[in-house]
Design a binder for this molecule. Structure first.
Ligand SMILES: C[S@@+](CC[C@H](N)C(=O)[O-])C[C@H]1O[C@@H](n2cnc3c(N)ncnc32)[C@H](O)[C@@H]1O
Length: 290
Protein backbone atom coordinates (compact mmCIF):
# COMPACT_ATOMS: atom_id res chain seq x y z
CA UNK A 1 0.00 0.00 0.00
CA UNK A 2 1.12 3.60 -0.57
CA UNK A 3 3.14 5.00 2.36
CA UNK A 4 0.62 7.76 2.75
CA UNK A 5 -2.88 7.23 1.39
CA UNK A 6 -4.16 10.02 -0.86
CA UNK A 7 -7.34 11.72 0.29
CA UNK A 8 -9.92 13.62 -1.70
CA UNK A 9 -11.08 17.19 -1.27
CA UNK A 10 -14.16 15.89 0.60
CA UNK A 11 -12.99 16.56 4.17
CA UNK A 12 -13.81 19.26 6.76
CA UNK A 13 -15.71 22.30 5.46
CA UNK A 14 -16.06 20.70 2.03
CA UNK A 15 -18.08 17.87 3.54
CA UNK A 16 -20.49 20.39 5.11
CA UNK A 17 -20.86 22.32 1.89
CA UNK A 18 -21.46 19.05 -0.04
CA UNK A 19 -24.13 18.04 2.46
CA UNK A 20 -25.73 21.46 2.13
CA UNK A 21 -25.73 20.98 -1.64
CA UNK A 22 -27.34 17.52 -1.31
CA UNK A 23 -30.06 18.94 0.94
CA UNK A 24 -30.94 21.67 -1.55
CA UNK A 25 -30.36 20.12 -4.97
CA UNK A 26 -32.71 17.10 -5.06
CA UNK A 27 -29.76 15.22 -6.56
CA UNK A 28 -30.07 12.03 -4.53
CA UNK A 29 -33.80 11.90 -5.14
CA UNK A 30 -33.24 12.10 -8.91
CA UNK A 31 -30.51 9.44 -8.79
CA UNK A 32 -32.49 7.04 -6.60
CA UNK A 33 -35.55 7.39 -8.82
CA UNK A 34 -33.46 6.64 -11.91
CA UNK A 35 -31.63 3.66 -10.41
CA UNK A 36 -34.81 2.17 -8.95
CA UNK A 37 -36.43 2.32 -12.39
CA UNK A 38 -33.46 0.81 -14.18
CA UNK A 39 -31.83 -1.57 -11.78
CA UNK A 40 -34.66 -3.91 -10.84
CA UNK A 41 -34.59 -5.36 -14.35
CA UNK A 42 -30.79 -5.16 -14.66
CA UNK A 43 -30.24 -6.91 -11.34
CA UNK A 44 -32.54 -9.81 -12.29
CA UNK A 45 -30.45 -10.33 -15.42
CA UNK A 46 -27.08 -9.83 -13.72
CA UNK A 47 -27.89 -12.22 -10.85
CA UNK A 48 -29.62 -14.95 -12.81
CA UNK A 49 -28.24 -18.36 -11.77
CA UNK A 50 -25.52 -16.89 -9.53
CA UNK A 51 -24.86 -18.27 -6.04
CA UNK A 52 -23.28 -15.05 -4.73
CA UNK A 53 -23.17 -11.41 -5.79
CA UNK A 54 -20.37 -8.88 -5.37
CA UNK A 55 -20.87 -5.11 -5.58
CA UNK A 56 -18.16 -2.43 -5.75
CA UNK A 57 -18.89 1.26 -5.06
CA UNK A 58 -16.24 3.77 -6.13
CA UNK A 59 -16.45 7.30 -4.64
CA UNK A 60 -19.54 6.37 -2.64
CA UNK A 61 -19.41 9.33 -0.26
CA UNK A 62 -21.80 8.92 2.67
CA UNK A 63 -23.33 5.84 1.00
CA UNK A 64 -26.90 7.13 0.84
CA UNK A 65 -27.34 5.88 -2.74
CA UNK A 66 -25.32 2.70 -2.13
CA UNK A 67 -27.67 1.78 0.71
CA UNK A 68 -30.64 2.02 -1.66
CA UNK A 69 -28.89 0.01 -4.37
CA UNK A 70 -27.85 -2.77 -2.00
CA UNK A 71 -31.30 -2.90 -0.40
CA UNK A 72 -32.86 -3.27 -3.85
CA UNK A 73 -30.42 -6.03 -4.85
CA UNK A 74 -31.07 -7.91 -1.62
CA UNK A 75 -34.84 -7.64 -2.04
CA UNK A 76 -34.53 -9.26 -5.49
CA UNK A 77 -32.19 -12.04 -4.30
CA UNK A 78 -33.06 -12.53 -0.61
CA UNK A 79 -31.35 -15.94 -0.41
CA UNK A 80 -28.14 -15.05 -2.26
CA UNK A 81 -25.13 -13.85 -0.22
CA UNK A 82 -24.06 -10.33 -1.24
CA UNK A 83 -20.74 -8.60 -0.52
CA UNK A 84 -20.03 -4.88 -0.85
CA UNK A 85 -16.60 -3.31 -1.37
CA UNK A 86 -16.21 0.45 -1.15
CA UNK A 87 -13.35 2.54 -2.55
CA UNK A 88 -13.71 6.02 -1.08
CA UNK A 89 -11.03 8.66 -0.69
CA UNK A 90 -12.67 10.65 2.12
CA UNK A 91 -12.31 9.24 5.63
CA UNK A 92 -15.01 11.58 6.95
CA UNK A 93 -17.59 10.50 4.37
CA UNK A 94 -16.60 6.84 4.90
CA UNK A 95 -17.31 7.26 8.63
CA UNK A 96 -20.75 8.63 7.73
CA UNK A 97 -21.29 5.63 5.44
CA UNK A 98 -20.29 3.18 8.21
CA UNK A 99 -22.73 4.90 10.59
CA UNK A 100 -25.47 4.58 7.97
CA UNK A 101 -24.72 0.86 7.53
CA UNK A 102 -24.88 0.36 11.32
CA UNK A 103 -28.40 1.80 11.50
CA UNK A 104 -29.87 0.27 8.32
CA UNK A 105 -31.61 -3.04 9.06
CA UNK A 106 -31.53 -4.23 5.43
CA UNK A 107 -27.71 -4.00 5.29
CA UNK A 108 -26.91 -6.10 8.35
CA UNK A 109 -26.31 -9.33 6.44
CA UNK A 110 -23.94 -7.73 3.91
CA UNK A 111 -20.21 -7.83 4.76
CA UNK A 112 -18.45 -4.59 3.76
CA UNK A 113 -14.82 -4.30 2.63
CA UNK A 114 -13.66 -0.71 3.23
CA UNK A 115 -10.88 0.60 1.01
CA UNK A 116 -10.41 4.12 2.35
CA UNK A 117 -8.13 5.41 -0.35
CA UNK A 118 -8.28 7.10 -3.71
CA UNK A 119 -9.26 5.11 -6.74
CA UNK A 120 -5.71 5.62 -8.03
CA UNK A 121 -4.28 3.95 -4.90
CA UNK A 122 -6.80 1.12 -5.15
CA UNK A 123 -5.78 0.47 -8.76
CA UNK A 124 -2.10 0.36 -7.71
CA UNK A 125 -2.89 -1.93 -4.79
CA UNK A 126 -4.86 -4.39 -6.91
CA UNK A 127 -2.16 -4.45 -9.58
CA UNK A 128 0.66 -4.91 -7.02
CA UNK A 129 -1.12 -7.74 -5.19
CA UNK A 130 -2.13 -9.32 -8.48
CA UNK A 131 -5.41 -10.47 -6.87
CA UNK A 132 -8.28 -9.12 -8.90
CA UNK A 133 -11.53 -9.52 -6.97
CA UNK A 134 -14.23 -9.46 -9.65
CA UNK A 135 -17.66 -7.88 -9.29
CA UNK A 136 -21.17 -8.33 -10.65
CA UNK A 137 -22.05 -4.65 -10.31
CA UNK A 138 -19.72 -1.65 -10.04
CA UNK A 139 -20.91 1.92 -9.70
CA UNK A 140 -19.26 5.33 -9.89
CA UNK A 141 -21.82 7.98 -8.96
CA UNK A 142 -20.92 11.64 -9.42
CA UNK A 143 -17.22 10.94 -8.91
CA UNK A 144 -15.68 10.50 -12.36
CA UNK A 145 -14.74 14.24 -12.40
CA UNK A 146 -12.04 13.59 -9.83
CA UNK A 147 -10.11 10.63 -11.23
CA UNK A 148 -6.74 11.35 -12.77
CA UNK A 149 -7.23 9.54 -16.07
CA UNK A 150 -10.79 9.00 -17.30
CA UNK A 151 -10.24 6.25 -19.90
CA UNK A 152 -7.69 4.30 -17.85
CA UNK A 153 -10.05 4.36 -14.86
CA UNK A 154 -13.05 3.16 -16.85
CA UNK A 155 -10.98 0.49 -18.55
CA UNK A 156 -9.63 -0.76 -15.19
CA UNK A 157 -13.04 -1.05 -13.49
CA UNK A 158 -14.52 -2.60 -16.60
CA UNK A 159 -11.82 -5.30 -16.38
CA UNK A 160 -13.09 -6.17 -12.87
CA UNK A 161 -16.58 -7.11 -14.11
CA UNK A 162 -17.77 -10.71 -13.93
CA UNK A 163 -19.80 -12.31 -16.72
CA UNK A 164 -23.06 -10.40 -17.34
CA UNK A 165 -21.91 -7.64 -14.97
CA UNK A 166 -22.52 -3.92 -15.39
CA UNK A 167 -20.48 -0.81 -14.62
CA UNK A 168 -22.83 2.09 -13.86
CA UNK A 169 -21.47 5.63 -14.28
CA UNK A 170 -23.66 8.54 -13.20
CA UNK A 171 -22.42 11.94 -14.33
CA UNK A 172 -23.79 15.38 -15.21
CA UNK A 173 -25.40 15.31 -18.65
CA UNK A 174 -23.79 16.89 -21.71
CA UNK A 175 -25.18 20.43 -22.14
CA UNK A 176 -26.52 20.55 -18.58
CA UNK A 177 -26.00 23.73 -16.56
CA UNK A 178 -22.86 22.24 -14.99
CA UNK A 179 -21.39 21.42 -18.39
CA UNK A 180 -22.09 24.94 -19.68
CA UNK A 181 -20.73 26.68 -16.57
CA UNK A 182 -17.56 24.59 -16.23
CA UNK A 183 -16.69 24.61 -19.93
CA UNK A 184 -17.33 28.34 -20.35
CA UNK A 185 -15.23 29.19 -17.29
CA UNK A 186 -12.73 26.32 -17.50
CA UNK A 187 -9.76 28.70 -17.16
CA UNK A 188 -11.05 29.93 -13.79
CA UNK A 189 -12.64 26.69 -12.54
CA UNK A 190 -10.36 23.86 -13.66
CA UNK A 191 -7.49 24.96 -11.46
CA UNK A 192 -7.99 22.80 -8.36
CA UNK A 193 -8.69 19.08 -8.00
CA UNK A 194 -10.65 19.12 -11.24
CA UNK A 195 -8.24 19.80 -14.09
CA UNK A 196 -10.65 19.07 -16.93
CA UNK A 197 -14.41 19.07 -16.68
CA UNK A 198 -16.20 15.90 -17.76
CA UNK A 199 -19.85 15.45 -18.60
CA UNK A 200 -21.54 12.43 -20.15
CA UNK A 201 -20.09 13.54 -23.53
CA UNK A 202 -16.51 12.86 -22.38
CA UNK A 203 -17.49 9.56 -20.75
CA UNK A 204 -19.22 8.39 -23.92
CA UNK A 205 -16.31 9.48 -26.13
CA UNK A 206 -14.07 7.39 -23.91
CA UNK A 207 -16.38 4.33 -24.04
CA UNK A 208 -16.48 4.63 -27.82
CA UNK A 209 -12.69 4.85 -28.01
CA UNK A 210 -12.39 1.75 -25.82
CA UNK A 211 -14.96 -0.07 -27.97
CA UNK A 212 -17.19 -0.83 -24.95
CA UNK A 213 -20.91 -1.47 -25.26
CA UNK A 214 -23.20 0.73 -23.16
CA UNK A 215 -26.73 2.12 -22.77
CA UNK A 216 -27.43 5.67 -21.69
CA UNK A 217 -30.44 6.79 -19.63
CA UNK A 218 -31.37 10.24 -18.44
CA UNK A 219 -32.05 11.29 -14.86
CA UNK A 220 -33.63 14.73 -15.09
CA UNK A 221 -33.05 17.18 -12.27
CA UNK A 222 -33.28 20.93 -11.63
CA UNK A 223 -32.88 22.96 -8.46
CA UNK A 224 -33.69 26.43 -7.29
CA UNK A 225 -30.71 28.83 -7.44
CA UNK A 226 -32.72 32.05 -7.03
CA UNK A 227 -30.83 32.85 -3.81
CA UNK A 228 -27.54 32.91 -5.76
CA UNK A 229 -28.68 36.24 -7.23
CA UNK A 230 -29.38 37.76 -3.82
CA UNK A 231 -26.16 39.52 -2.75
CA UNK A 232 -25.38 38.74 0.86
CA UNK A 233 -27.41 35.52 0.91
CA UNK A 234 -25.55 32.85 2.83
CA UNK A 235 -27.64 30.14 1.12
CA UNK A 236 -26.70 31.52 -2.32
CA UNK A 237 -23.03 31.85 -1.41
CA UNK A 238 -22.86 28.22 -0.24
CA UNK A 239 -24.56 26.91 -3.38
CA UNK A 240 -22.26 29.00 -5.58
CA UNK A 241 -19.19 27.80 -3.68
CA UNK A 242 -20.11 24.14 -4.28
CA UNK A 243 -21.12 24.77 -7.89
CA UNK A 244 -17.80 26.45 -8.67
CA UNK A 245 -15.68 24.06 -6.57
CA UNK A 246 -14.33 27.03 -4.62
CA UNK A 247 -13.87 27.55 -0.88
CA UNK A 248 -15.82 30.81 -0.92
CA UNK A 249 -17.37 32.06 -4.15
CA UNK A 250 -17.04 35.76 -3.25
CA UNK A 251 -13.38 35.48 -2.32
CA UNK A 252 -12.29 33.20 -5.15
CA UNK A 253 -13.11 35.25 -8.26
CA UNK A 254 -12.88 38.87 -9.38
CA UNK A 255 -16.13 40.91 -9.42
CA UNK A 256 -16.14 40.77 -13.25
CA UNK A 257 -15.82 36.97 -13.34
CA UNK A 258 -18.50 36.58 -10.65
CA UNK A 259 -20.87 38.84 -12.58
CA UNK A 260 -20.17 36.89 -15.79
CA UNK A 261 -20.81 33.57 -14.09
CA UNK A 262 -24.06 34.78 -12.53
CA UNK A 263 -25.22 36.09 -15.89
CA UNK A 264 -24.37 32.76 -17.55
CA UNK A 265 -26.08 30.81 -14.77
CA UNK A 266 -29.29 32.75 -15.27
CA UNK A 267 -29.32 32.98 -19.07
CA UNK A 268 -27.70 29.74 -20.28
CA UNK A 269 -27.82 27.23 -17.45
CA UNK A 270 -31.33 27.70 -16.06
CA UNK A 271 -34.97 28.28 -16.81
CA UNK A 272 -37.18 30.75 -14.96
CA UNK A 273 -40.55 29.73 -13.57
CA UNK A 274 -42.89 31.50 -11.12
CA UNK A 275 -40.13 33.97 -10.28
CA UNK A 276 -37.62 31.19 -9.53
CA UNK A 277 -34.38 30.44 -11.33
CA UNK A 278 -34.14 26.67 -11.84
CA UNK A 279 -30.67 25.36 -12.65
CA UNK A 280 -30.48 22.49 -15.17
CA UNK A 281 -28.77 19.70 -13.30
CA UNK A 282 -29.79 16.80 -15.55
CA UNK A 283 -27.78 13.66 -15.02
CA UNK A 284 -26.90 10.80 -17.28
CA UNK A 285 -26.79 7.18 -16.13
CA UNK A 286 -24.55 5.04 -18.30
CA UNK A 287 -24.60 1.25 -18.00
CA UNK A 288 -21.45 -0.28 -19.46
CA UNK A 289 -21.73 -3.96 -20.42
CA UNK A 290 -19.15 -6.53 -19.27
C1 LIG B 1 -19.72 14.42 -5.42
S1 LIG B 1 -19.25 13.23 -4.27
C2 LIG B 1 -20.37 11.90 -4.65
C3 LIG B 1 -20.57 10.96 -3.51
C4 LIG B 1 -21.64 9.89 -3.72
N1 LIG B 1 -21.33 9.03 -4.83
C5 LIG B 1 -22.97 10.55 -3.92
O1 LIG B 1 -23.48 10.56 -5.06
O2 LIG B 1 -23.51 11.07 -2.94
C6 LIG B 1 -17.71 12.63 -4.91
C7 LIG B 1 -17.12 11.51 -4.08
O3 LIG B 1 -15.99 10.96 -4.75
C8 LIG B 1 -14.94 10.82 -3.81
N2 LIG B 1 -13.69 10.88 -4.56
C9 LIG B 1 -13.17 11.97 -5.18
N3 LIG B 1 -12.04 11.66 -5.79
C10 LIG B 1 -11.83 10.33 -5.60
C11 LIG B 1 -10.83 9.42 -6.00
N4 LIG B 1 -9.82 9.81 -6.76
N5 LIG B 1 -10.94 8.14 -5.58
C12 LIG B 1 -11.99 7.74 -4.81
N6 LIG B 1 -12.96 8.56 -4.39
C13 LIG B 1 -12.89 9.84 -4.79
C14 LIG B 1 -15.13 11.96 -2.83
O4 LIG B 1 -14.46 11.74 -1.61
C15 LIG B 1 -16.64 11.96 -2.70
O5 LIG B 1 -17.09 11.04 -1.76
Amino acid sequence: MAAEAQHTCYEGDNVHIFQFYLEHSGEHKAIVQCVNNLLAREFKRIGEGKSSLAVLGVGSGGGEVDAQILTLLQSIFPAVPITADIVEGSSELSDNFKALVAKTASLQKIPFGWHIMSSEDYVKQVKTKGEMKKFDFIHMIQMIYYVENLCETISFYHSLLKANGRLMIIVEAANSGWDTLWKTYSKELCVGVIKEYRSSAEVIACLESLGLKYDEHSAPNAFDITECFNPGSCHGERLLSFMTGSDKFHESFTPEIRAGMLDLLRRKCSTEKDGKVLFNSDLSCILVHA
